[in-house]
Design a protein. Structure first.
Length: 708
């Protein structure tokens, strides 16, 4: 450890000393005219510290662009400054300060990418967007360094984006070209030996006509759980001002990521006992087979045109294509008893997915009949193709215990994963329109409809159709809004959604089956306030959602309904002494209804009834540029399985951070240090019904950044 820290110090010193030879600039902040041209822009900003910033338009799919206070749904955004201050490298930590969000994996395990919002996991097919465009998010940890902000639109979003789980939509917004030259370098270190380097460069050429933004990242080293990570990513954002009212944009992202020696997660299908054993330390090396790995390669490219027709009307068209390839040899662990014994299963497979999309929309405003209209009309198409192996390997290779050292295990069999076949295709075509009618300065009504022509087909290894589904749903949205004052919105909204069914996991009798799409409805009442010194949001919601669960015959099925009800509140206040308080509280309850008789009335698994967060940040007296932040996160206990046989205990986590901003040879320099899970609390995290993972132990992060 001491050697690693010395290496960090040497790297930081080398970086800082190079500053004296660089050209000074102040282009780290995105200029307002760049923001206005961006295809997807920020929601109301959530920062760790700093002054209140101007409200920017929301990118909300078919709703078009509007401010957060014109959006009758719960939203959350984390910007690049917050991500840097907390040294965030994974999706699971981006929204850690929102109590309605729960991470469903660990960044250095094989299930790193998913989150749960309002008790519902976001679906891999449609729950994640890049600049509002679809991206297939299976087992992918996107490069956080590439993004200017990450937005969360909570709840059902069928009208806004088409198919999608009613938990919400996450939109990654890429960094855009800057008007002033930008070059920023940073190096970082994380427990127990992971080093990273990042370059962020941007600017304009040819008298400002062409803009660029380049981000390069390298990450490598040994993780706290004994795995090794190697990650390389590159992203490029371009734009061209073809005419005063016409702008061309393009984005490309590539990442290669390998985790060697990691594990998948634990499950309780074969567990016998009254209570789940105590969680081991997240620092324990659980990998028993010497040749376990997870390799993923992702590529995303998009391009579009934006036309400002006149001050009231604009139009844009976007097309995108993304590819995801993954290959793995991993381990699932089946818990057996309260003593902590478990069976190790070796799991080998590979797969790939290609997602293509095209969308055109026009939005504008006009007055008629004494009413003001804000309208959006558009067309969209998207298609997804998946490839997989004819049969994955899933075999027991031995037993271990949670509390004793891992004994190396071997497997003498053979497995050929070189062949893949086209196993799935889905396509959806849609036309959508919305109108926000302004009755007075205070009252308005939003109404929208989305018509979709959706079909999905599963294929056998011979190319024959094994399962087909076609539907033409109409997804409405309706919202009544009241603005008692310019900085406050009160709203009531109703949304319907349809999401693609799950692909059944390896451990079930109907493994690899693709289930039929699921319908959901959402009702929400809410209020938002964005004042100069404080801001707050609160909402009450009910979601009626199709149920997926494992029945008594170990078939994973789609049948019946669950009902989720909840209350959320988030707020911040800037105190006169220069201290900022952030906090949130969420209560969520879910119940099985109209399902298998043995489940009716049971609590929906994976939902803590209570979640809370509290943060304090501000400048420390006596040292100019020195600031600190502290976070407390609390999750109450939850049920692990649909039968409500087992519970996972609740837990609290404390994170601390320091940041020091100074200048070296007139170049801005920021030094950061942070500790997550300060008290090294061991805990079980929830992955999915009957599946858990060992929580992240105490970890240290260091980072040094210089702007040249």
């Amino acid at each position: 450890m001491q050697t690693n820290l010395k290496a960090v110090g040497a790297a930081i010193a080398a970086l800082l000393s190079s500053a004296t030879y660089a050209q000074n600039q102040n282009g780290a902040t995105l200029a307002q005219n760049d923001v206005d041209r961006a295809p997807s822009v920020a929601l109301s900003t959530v920062t760790v510290q700093g002054s209140r910033i101007k409200q920017l338009p929301v990118s909300a799919g078919a709703l078009g662009a509007r401010s957060d206070l014109e959006t009758p749904f719960s939203t959350r955004q984390v910007d690049a400054e917050d991500l840097e201050n907390r040294q965030v490298k994974s999706l699971g930590k981006i929204f850690a300060n929102d109590p309605a969000v729960m991470s469903l994996g660990d960044t250095y395990s094989f299930n790193a990418y998913s989150i749960n919002v309002r008790g519902i996991p976001l679906d891999d097919y449609n729950g994640y967007k890049i600049n509002g465009l679809p991206f297939f998010m299976t087992t992918v940890e996107l490069p956080v360094e590439t993004f200017e902000s990450v937005q969360l639109l909570k709840g059902a979003s069928g009208f806004m984006y088409g198919f999608g789980a009613p938990g919400g939509i996450i939109n990654f917004v890429t960094k855009k070209p800057t008007d002033k030259p930008l070059l920023a370098l940073d190096v970082g270190y994380r427990s127990d030996g992971v080093f990273s380097e990042h370059v962020d460069a941007g600017g304009r050429v040819d008298d400002g006509r062409y803009g660029y933004r380049l981000n390069l990242t390298h990450e490598q080293g040994e993780t706290y759980n004994g795995a090794d990570v190697l990650r390389n990513s590159a992203s490029l954002s371009l734009d061209a001002r073809l005419a005063p009212s016409l702008t061309w944009t393009a984005d490309a992202i590539y990442q290669s990521r390998r985790v060697k020696g990691g594990v998948q997660d634990f499950f309780v299908d074969d567990f016998v006992g009254a209570a789940i054993p105590q969680a081991p330390s997240g620092r324990k090396h659980l990998s028993a087979h010497e040749n376990t790995f997870f390799n993923s390669n992702v590529f995303f490219v998009s391009t579009g045109l934006q036309w400002k027709i006149d001050p009231a009307w604009s139009a844009k068209i976007d097309v995108s294509r993304s590819q995801d390839r993954r290959r793995y040899s991993g381990q699932w662990m089946g818990l057996l008893n309260e003593a902590g014994d478990y069976t190790v299963y070796l799991n080998k497979a590979q797969g790939a997915a290609t997602y293509e999309q095209a969308q055109a929309l026009i939005e504008g405003s006009f007055a008629t009949g004494g009413l003001q209209h804000q309208v959006t009309v558009g067309l969209a198409w998207q298609g997804l193709n998946k490839q997989t192996v004819p049969k994955s390997l899933y075999t027991p290779i031995g037993t271990q215990n949670l509390y004793t050292p891992v004994t190396p295990l071997t497997w003498s069999g053979s497995y050929d994963d070189s062949l893949q076949y086209h196993n799935y295709h889905s396509a959806q075509r849609a036309v959508f329109a919305s109108d926000t009618l302004q009755f007075s300065e205070a009252w308005s009504l939003l109404a929208g409809l989305r018509y979709s022509d959706y079909g999905q087909t599963s294929y056998t290894t011979t190319g024959a159709v094994s399962n087909a589904y076609k539907k033409t749903p109409v997804s409405p949205t309706l919202a009544l809004m009241y603005r008692p004052r310019p900085d406050t919105l009160v709203y009531a909204s109703y949304v319907e959604a349809l999401e693609q069914g799950s692909t059944v996991g390896t451990t079930y009798a109907n493994a690899d089956e693709v289930l039929a799409p699921i319908k959901s409805r959402q009702y929400e009442l809410g209020v938002k306030h964005d004042g100069r010194r404080w801001g707050a949001t609160a909402s009450v919601f009910q979601i009626e959602h199709g149920a997926e669960y494992a029945n008594a015959r170990n078939y994973y099925v789609s049948d019946g309904q669950v009902r989720l009800r909840g209350v959320e509140a988030n707020g911040h206040v800037d105190l006169p002494v220069g201290v900022r308080l952030d906090g949130g509280l969420a209560w969520t309850a879910g119940t099985y209804r109209e399902t298998d008789a043995s489940l009716v009335g049971n609590r929906v698994e994976g939902i803590p009834k209570w979640q809370a967060s509290l943060g304090v940040s501000g400048a420390l007296p006596g040292v100019d540029g020195l600031s600190a932040n502290a976070e407390l996160h609390y999750d109450k206990r939850l049920t692990l399985d649909a039968n409500n046989r087992y519970e996972l205990p609740g837990y609290s986590l404390v994170n601390l951070g320091l940041s020091y901003r100074t200048r070296l040879a007139d170049h801005p320099v920021t030094l950061r240090a942070g500790v997550d899970n300060v008290f090294n609390r061991g805990y079980w995290g929830f992955l999915q019904s009957g599946y858990i993972f060992a929580g992240t132990p105490r970890t240290v992060g260091l980072n040094a950044k210089i702007e040249l």
